[in-house]
Each structure stands twice: as C-alpha cells, then as structure tokens.
Design a protein around this ligand. Structure first.
Ligand code: KG4
Ligand code: ZN
Length: 334
C-alpha cells in the first residue's frame, strides 16, 4: 500500500514534533517544539512533565505542520506516530492522537519504531543511498552499530553494554555543572579545549562490536576530583575525543569488514561536530561514501517518522489500531 503525503508525529521523549513528508523524502514541513526549558531545572527529562506538555503542544504543532506544508487536512493520506521505544506516557499521547486523526480522516495509521525513524533520517536528504550501509545510531537512549542490507532489513552488530553515548555526554555535563542536555554544551565548549590534554579510557575499543561508556564517565568524575583546576574546555574536549574515537573506530572497522558502500550517522549525538568531522575524514581515507544527515534531522523530529512510515506502509500496509505504546521496543532485525 502507498500514500503520498504522510503526517508524522513524534512524542517519544521531550520533543513534540509533527511533519508532512511526501513519498518518504520530500519534507513539506517539519515542526519541532522542544521542552528543554521545562526539564532543564530538573537536570533531565521528567516523564510526567513531558506527557503533560505533549498533550498541550501536540495539536498546535500538528496544525502548524499542516499549514506550513501548504495543504488541507484532507490531503493527508496517512498518519504515522512513534510507538516506541521511549517514555510510555509520552508515546501514548502521540499514538492516541494519530489513531484519532486516522479515524476522523479515514486514512491509514502507521506505528513507527523510533530507532528505524532515526535510520531513515538519512534517506530524507539522500533517498538513493546505496546499500549495504553501516549506520552508527547514537542517541540519548541508544548506541548501536547497524548494518542496513536493504530497506527495512537490518543487522545489529553491537550495542552499548551500559550507558548510551548521549547519556554519557549528559551525565558528564551534569557533573561539570554545565546543564542539560549536555551533548550540545560539551560540543560547543570543546572548540576551546585541547582534546589531548587528558587521556581518558577508550573502553572495548579493540574487542568486538559492543560499546561501553560508563567507564569514561567515571574517569572524568575521578579526574575532576583529583585535579579540580583543570580547565573545563580541556576536560570536555578530551572526554568528547575518547567517545568519538571509539565510535569511529568501530564503525570504520565494520564498514571495511562488510564491504559497506557507505557510512552514516543517526540519532542526537550525530549532531556532534567532532564525530561528523572524524567520520568524513575516515571515509575519505577509506574511499567510501559518508553521509551525515543535517543536524535538525539527527535530533528527534517527525520528518524521520513520516519517512520510515512511507517505507513501512509500502512493505507491511497499515498498522492495526490496537497497537499500543511499547517503551522498550527494539529494532526489527533479520
Ligand atoms: O535522538 P535524540 O534527540 O533523543 C533520543 O532519542 O535519545 O538524542 C538526544 C541526545 C542527548 O543525549 C543529547 O545530549 C545528544 O543527543 N546530543 C549531542 C549533541 N546534540 C545532541 N551529543 C553530542 N554532541 C551534540 N552536538
Ligand atoms: Zn531519538
């Protein structure tokens, strides 16, 4: 089954987003309303606060996305929403609203996996990416090294055994008293720091495909305790370098091993300047294609949800209205 214009909805964490995307790649509108300021004073996302904010923000965000797309409600041909993984209350807001709209407009409902949506962010800007691809999916809740063999066909080579990369950025930033979310703050501070100032551990760098980031976080905490006068930009840059080194090293090895046509990034941490720079460098050296989605498409948004929905609808048809939120949903693998 196919639908040209899909309305995507994303409410899995602290962004309330809606977008209209045509044929899985033409972004007609993409509206993201961030709740960062609401959660910043608590130093992280408070689930109950997030759900309530989604309830208030979702319909105005959807209305704006439809208006910005320059179409009427009746020109929407399917409604898609993220149904997991994420915060259950937050997910339920998007899923319930999407089902209601699909019933009112009599169009299909498509339940979308948030991780698959992050993978499809790349195809929004580059619909003809050649496969197999190695995709490094790095967000606040997930860190995985994925081989995409073909559309909707994945293998997970490895994942984090403890903290996700974004979680490590957020925890280190909190310890350094920088605020929330930590990734963008550490990224910005690192520009003025020396990445070689402190050698933080590169855990599991050489063994297997899994990652571990809780050790580097503890190493930062211990370093600050013993050396309280180290300039914060040097700590930020050295920490960032340690995380990026491990991510790039494994992604590069994976690409070589499977003979990938390209290497892609997905998820919020994919907005990191140093990660983007290093990925480009290694791809040039290895003669493979590098693909970096724009920063706005790396962090949570609904255009990626509508893109993934387009492929899912073609392959599997509409989702049942009995599908509910699934907070611990995994990527469907081969
Ligand atoms: O994908 P995302 O928007 O939400 C989840 O699905 O988790 O990712 C959010 C994560 C946060 O941990 C945030 O600190 C991190 O992405 N992040 C960054 C950067 N921008 C966002 N980490 C490092 N550098 C950045 N520039
Ligand atoms: Zn995400």
């Amino acid at each position: 089954m196919s639908a040209d214009r899909i309305l995507g909805i994303e409410t899995s964490c602290d962004e309330t987003a809606a977008a209209v995307v045509s044929r899985g790649s033409n972004v007609m509108s993409s509206v993201v309303s961030s709740q960062i300021e609401l959660h910043a004073r608590y130093g992280g996302v408070v689930p109950e606060v997030a759900s309530r904010a989604h309830v208030e923000l979702l319909m105005p965000v959807v209305a704006q996305a439809v208006v910005e797309a320059g179409i009427g409600d009746r020109e929407i041909e399917a409604v898609a929403a993220t149904y997991g993984p994420g915060l259950v209350g937050a997910l339920l807001v998007g899923v319930s609203a999407a089902k209601a709209m699909s019933m009112v407009w009599d169009v299909p409902f498509v339940a979308v996996n948030h991780l698959e949506a992050h993978l499809y962010a790349s195809f929004l800007e580059e619909p003809d990416l050649e496969m197999p691809l190695v995709i490094l999916l790095v967000s606040g809740g997930h860190t995985s090294l994925i081989v995409m063999e073909d559309h909707l066909r994945y293998r997970v080579l490895g994942s984090t055994v403890d903290d996700a990369a974004g979680e490590a950025f957020d925890k280190v930033a909190r310890h350094l008293g920088l605020g929330y979310p930590g990734g963008p703050l550490i990224d910005r501070l690192s520009v003025d720091g020396d990445p070689t100032a402190i050698h933080f551990p590169r855990a599991m760098a050489r063994d297997g495909w899994d990652f571990s980031f809780s050790g580097v976080k503890t190493a930062v905490v211990n370093h600050v305790r013993k050396n309280p006068d180290t300039p914060i930009p040097d700590i930020a840059a050295s920490f960032q370098e340690a995380v990026v080194d491990v991510l790039i090293d494994k992604a590069r090895r994976a690409a070589r091993e499977i003979g990938a046509k390209g290497l892609c990034l997905g998820g919020g941490v994919a907005a990191n300047s140093r990660l983007r720079e290093k990925l480009l460098d290694v791809c040039v050296e290895d003669g493979i294609r590098a693909f970096l989605p724009s920063r706005a498409m790396c962090t949570d948004n609904a255009a990626m949800v509508a893109a993934a929905a387009w492929w899912r609808l073609e392959a599997d048809g509409p989702s049942s209205l009995s599908v509910g939120a699934d907070p611990s949903l995994r990527l469907p693998v081969l």
